[in-house]
Ligand binder design. Structure first.
Ligand SMILES: [Zn+2]
Length: 289
């Protein structure tokens, strides 16, 4: 019944659009997780190449209008971010950018890297992967200063999310794949209560195969805590999107997942950082230079 009512309201929205009444696009779809550029490793596509040529065709077919891009693994993220930044600047209506940082290698220069990425490329978030290093206090403090969401792949180490969420309540953390791209059921199951417990913890749908856990994440955490993401160009965005439709959610919840949550998370991003006094000494010194 609710579905019928929603379909009618969708038809009405379209009618208003035809009559020139400005309303929000009801079917806006943003893919919040896609890699772009080349890596400088040679272990697999994840550190070698992320070409989005095919991805763009697939995304068009699936009706995905906007995509969040960040680099694949790289040993010099300033360089990898530049490539993403150029793409975003060329197509600002099509792409958002996230800046990748390595908690260890970039220690002491996270502030300057992020400032550059936000002010020059208009980036809207930070990407961190535990494969590089465990996330640092420095990264969280910089994220807080610029009001940037942090997409952090914990690679199964979900207990760290408890600390992040409580130590940095003003920073929003997106933990992709329910905490495990490797489909570790124990990890994903242990992660779901964190979505409910902490208002600043989110997840994305990318790469999640265990459909019952995806359903559980939405039931327990709420649709306002889940973002649609594909992990393109390696995963097909249309296939990943079908998972969201297969959840058979209300239109309101579907919209949250397909664009609303992401847009809310980036709505507070600041080009000028706040409260630099809160930065760790190393980053503060760099910030004040
Ligand atoms: Zn990814």
């Amino acid at each position: 019944m609710t579905r019928i009512v929603e379909n009618i309201s969708l038809a009405l929205e379209k009618l208003f659009l035809l009559n020139g009444v400005k309303i929000e696009d009801p079917m806006k779809i943003i893919d919040a997780h896609c890699h772009y550029g080349s890596g400088d490793g040679l272990n697999g596509p994840w550190d070698t190449r992320a070409s989005i040529q095919k991805y763009l065709g697939w995304a068009d077919e699936a009706g995905i209008g906007q995509t969040v891009l960040f680099a694949p693994f790289h040993s010099h993220y300033a360089e990898a971010n530049r490539k993403v930044g150029e793409m975003v600047k060329k197509n600002p209506r099509r792409f958002f950018g996230f800046a990748f940082v390595n908690a260890e290698k970039d220690s002491g220069r996270v502030f300057s890297m992020i400032k550059h990425a936000v002010q020059l490329y208009g980036f809207k978030g930070i990407k961190v992967h535990r494969h590089d290093a465990h996330i640092s206090r420095e990264i969280c403090e910089v994220a807080q200063a610029f009001r940037l969401p942090v997409l952090y792949d914990v690679m199964g180490k979900v207990e760290s999310v408890e600390l992040l969420a409580t130590e940095f309540p003003k920073v929003n953390f997106i933990i992709p794949h329910l905490g495990s791209f490797a489909d570790d059921w124990r990890v994903q199951l242990a992660f779901i209560p964190l979505l409910r417990r902490h208002k600043n913890v989110y997840t994305d749908t990318s790469g999640i195969r265990r459909f019952d856990l995806l359903e559980m994440a939405i039931q327990e955490g709420g649709a306002h805590k889940v973002l649609f993401g594909s992990d393109g160009p390696w995963l097909h965005p249309g296939v990943e999107l079908e998972k969201v439709f297969a959840l058979k959610l209300s239109l309101a919840d579907e919209k949250k997942i397909l664009h609303g949550n992401f847009l809310r998370l980036i709505s507070k991003v600041r080009k000028r950082p706040m409260n630099l006094g809160n930065l760790t000494s190393l980053s503060r010194r760099k910030a004040l230079q």
